[in-house]
Ligand binder design. Sequence first.
Ligand code: HQG
Length: 177
Amino acid sequence: MKSNSISKFICLILRHKPNTIGITLDQNGWVNTQELLNGLNAAGKKVDIEQLINIVNTDNKRRFSFNSDKSKIRANQGHSIPVNLGLLELVPPTILYHGTSEKFIESIKQNGIQKRSRQYVHLSSNIETAVAVGKRHGNPIVLKINTEQMFLDGYKFYLSENGVWLTDNVPYQYVLS
Ligand code: HQG
């Protein structure tokens, strides 16, 4: 199978639907690497350990991590199932960006930026990433967030292993433009 489509499928398994291939994640989001490979192959997604290592090493957003001996693997962020990633709470940059679509703006004005089906609201430190994220949903809009003020007001921020900033929700009053 092509690496790109297998990588997307692994993303689905490790973030949202592990039971599609009959596996479960532990409470920290890890699954035994061999179990993942067995499940993928049984589901007709042919992949071996070398390919999997290659996917983890070359993924453009570093979406996955192995543990130190590669006996376990997990997604670095983006989950819709509840897992505890042991994320470090950090002081955010003064400004972060959220990419969304034009069609969500009215609702965001009313309700703030919500995590929807995921565990957190995803924010990025650069505009280009936010544009790309927004494009996934339609006509992209980039919201500039006053994360400095949010932090001063007690909101918590986490940085994932692959550099995505995460928070629980962003009330609209913190959107600068
Ligand atoms: C929007 C990708 C209506 C929100 C990216 C977003 C990211 C609202 C959509 C990661 C709303 C949820 C996550 C409200 C928020 N009313 N719509 N009140 N509040 N929304 O896919 O942030 O490539 O769950 O703006 O890079 O787009 O998969 O979240 O448009 O980091 O690794 O509801 O996924 O990473 O969409 O993307 P999503 P997201 P990967």
